[in-house]
Write a protein that binds this ligand. Structure first.
Ligand code: HEC
Ligand code: HEC
Length: 337
């Protein structure tokens, strides 16, 4: 190779390396769109920085967080499925163990103040302990993970860069993971552009928006598409007899109530409901139209069900599709390093 050719080749390789964005270097900020409410997370306790975020991302995708080093958070929360476990109605974890709930998206969590289908966790900084120690998920312990991290190459210096201290502690580990999750924001759907007056909706989408406002918005409230409540929507009681929020509060009035999930990115998050019982939106519409059961604690508003005819369904699908946000699925900043 001539000198000139060799130089060209070098520049080419350096260019490829520079384009591969597995390490974020632009200054990170949590983006709060003008039409969103205030966030619930206290950023003062865990200000976003590039080094903390990059460490959190590495941890999120690292299988050493599980007992046998095979399962990472990213195994059940896959970015191209809006951080759900596509194709699995119930979560599928370590040693092929099956959990009893569907893996929800990791999305817009800064606006939440309780987490999980039953709201059993109220602090994002503590959340990761739950999947790590769950028998059917990662079956690991925090002290053992810290021991592993200390002995792996890179981690001690990554912690040092992120937090400016030599020790790797549980608190710092959990805060780094929380930073990655906070940055998983989905705010660039067609609906968002429409609300910000940057784009129009088609007549069919607008018709569906009206159906949505008439029947769904009370619970799946705009713009996050949840009212953050725990309710019962009349699903027939599963063979697990999962009491949902009742398990956490021991209040019989909370039995069989579950978090009202967001409806953003539904095209990528099937199957639906806390146990993934419905494979598609038609089945969900069938449920609200005639499947609602008189379960204990059924939300009163659903007693008369929500009859949806074929026109309602067609337009509702068109509207719900405007809540899809491809930029979230393919944001390289959030992808596995
Ligand atoms: C084996 C699959 C599996 C693994 C591994 C896993 N999760 Fe989950 N995740 C789930 C399931 C299932 C739920 C719902 C649990 C429930 O509601 O009881 C969940 C819930 C969550 C939630 C709550 C979201 C919300 O809107 O309330 C967050 C956040 C989360 N996981 C983050 C993580 C992190 C971080 C890790 C790694 C430390 C992780 N998960 C590992 C399956 C998994
Ligand atoms: C009374 C409140 C309420 C109303 C009204 C309501 N929902 Fe729901 N919805 C819920 C609750 C609660 C869940 C979670 C139930 C569970 O998993 O046990 C849910 C779950 C869903 C899911 C599953 C999402 C996922 O990620 O698994 C979809 C889709 C859905 N609803 C669509 C709708 C549509 C469309 C309408 C209007 C036609 C509607 N809902 C009206 C409370 C409501």
């Amino acid at each position: 190779m001539t000198f000139k050719k060799r130089m060209f080749f070098m520049v080419f390789i350096v260019g490829i390396l520079a384009c591969h964005k597995d390490h974020v270097s632009e200054n990170l900020e949590l983006e709060i769109p003008p039409h969103f409410p205030d966030i619930q997370y206290n950023l003062k306790d865990n200000a976003i920085t590039n080094d903390k975020f990059n460490l959190g991302k590495k941890l999120f995708y690292d299988p050493i967080l599980s007992a046998d080093n095979t399962i990472s958070c990213g195994s059940c929360h896959i970015q191209t499925s809006a951080f759900t476990h596509h194709g699995h109605s119930l979560s599928h974890g370590i040693y092929d163990r099956i959990g009893k709930r569907n893996s929800p998206p990791i999305m817009n969590l800064a606006w939440n103040n309780s987490f999980m289908w039953d709201g059993g966790i109220f602090n994002l900084d503590l959340l990761s302990i739950s999947p790590i120690t769950n028998h059917a998920e990662m079956d690991e312990t925090l002290p053992h993970i810290l021991q592993k991290l200390k002995s792996y190459p890179n981690y001690p210096s990554l912690f040092k860069n992120a937090f400016g201290q030599d020790s790797i502690t549980g608190t710092l580990f959990l805060k780094a993971l929380a930073q990655f999750m906070l940055m998983c924001t989905s705010t660039h759907s067609k609906y968002d552009s429409f609300i910000l007056k940057k784009t129009e909706l088609s007549p069919l989408e607008l018709q569906g928006y009206q159906v949505f406002k008439n029947h769904c918005n009370v619970c799946h409230r705009e713009p996050l598409f949840t009212n953050h409540e725990y309710l019962n929507n009349g699903l027939s009681i599963s063979s697990f007899n999962d009491l949902g929020r009742g398990l956490i509060t021991s209040n019989v009035n909370d039995n069989y109530t579950f978090k009202v999930p967001s409806l953003r990115n539904l095209s990528y998050t099937a199957p639906y409901m806390h146990d993934g019982r419905y494979l598609n939106l038609e089945a969900v519409f069938d449920h609200y139209s005639y499947g609602v059961q008189p379960t204990p604690n059924l939300a009163p508003i659903l007693k008369n069900r929500i009859p949806l005819d074929s026109n309602d369904r067609k337009s509702l699908i068109a509207f719900l599709n405007t809540l899809n946000d491809k930029s979230f699925l393919f944001d390289t900043k959030l992808s596995a390093p």
